[in-house]
Design a protein around this ligand. Sequence first.
Ligand code: FMN
Length: 443
Amino acid sequence: MTRSRQLRLGAFMRPVSLHTGAWRYPGSYPDANFNFAHIKSFAQKLEAAKFDAFFMADHLAVLNMPVEALKRSHTVTSFEPFTLLSALAAVTERIGLAATASTTFDEPYHVARRFASLDHISNGRAAWNIVTTSNPDAALNFGLDEHVEHGERYKRAREFYDVVTGLWDSFADNAFIRDRESGIYFDPEKMHVLNHKGDELSVRGPLNIARPVQGWPVIVQAGQSDPGRQLAAETAEVVFCSPRDLDGGKALYADIKGRMQAIGRNPDHLKMLPAAFVVIGDSIEEARTKRLSLDSLVHYDSAIASLSIALGHDASAFDPDAALPKDIPETNASKTGRAQVIKLAQEENLTVRQLAQRYGGYSGLAFVGTPRSIADEMERWLDEEGSDGFNVVFPYLPQGLDDVTTRLVPELQRRGIFRNEYEGMTLREHLGLPRPKNRFFSD
Ligand SMILES: Cc1cc2nc3c(=O)[nH]c(=O)nc-3n(C[C@H](O)[C@H](O)[C@H](O)COP(=O)(O)O)c2cc1C
């Protein structure tokens, strides 16, 4: 039986796993993050499992960490999202294709064109993850000496969104008449020149691409700060977020959907998809063992640095194979971080080494268990409005992805909370989102 509230599932695919040890896990592809044949097969498997979207994060610099840690990271060589998603559009038919583009380091005309093209090439499957770019090193790759200030980045982002969506509306949906008889290709009455001149941006238009198949590609937002949440409430149709637990998920869900209501938007027109790390075993114990074994592949030096950051206290002098000392002083830097570390150490009975490797591997929201126990947790998030679905982070590939597509998805389908077949052709149709009206033309 199909239930009225349905899970939406995205796959977090750049990098193909966010876990630092993923490429070293026995049986995994060490080059999974940078091998087109592998990525093509992942996208096709996700589509066969009816995933809503394949999502590519993007960072305009290598991760800002010391080279001693960077040399162990499989993220250091990743595909550029548009090139990869265009190639994937040609070898898939239904799965949504979400790319990240920065409003700080890109230009709205470029961004509008690339997404419009991807939406046409994929027959209506494109989504734009709007980011303002948090990595300060990106500035150094774009002619700046330091990063643009946070408030300033969000001010530009808001105006950038107006310009991009305005450019997508440059032509009415029926502007292209291509009348051989008269020799008229398009009706000039159905072309709008934007002529945007704002505080941050100046763009004449029109866009040199027909209106996207979806009207506008689906708008995604991943900022978590107050201005980030406000931008999401005003513009986003999907939010990628990273609450640590169900209470955090519920608070964020209520906050963003509440902000939407306050400005007259329908909260159903936005899907909250927290990132969720999923490790599946035949028993909960086996899944936990898999995770510990994956975590153990994180080098101790980088692991201990991550733990120190989380604690707000240098952990390098602690005995790696003992429990966390009881008398770690509280600092102003990270009260919540410290409390979370202590809670995790107690709950899972972890040594300092295991804790450090957890923080150095992947420390966000995780579902570790059997297909049934994980489906129970996902169902609870859905029922209690912690989220509308998840952006799944795989622990290692291909096995971790295969476990999700062949073991977890059938369990979700059996419970009637995930589709057996795509509802339509476009990503908007999969997500149940309306097609935006053209702001300049009525048809
Ligand atoms: C699930 C998720 C995915 C994200 N993907 C990207 C990304 O691809 N590129 C990027 O620059 N930032 C990415 N971010 C970071 C956010 O855009 C944002 O900078 C961060 O959440 C901090 O919020 P703030 O910028 O509102 O302070 C992501 C965040 C989350 C939670």
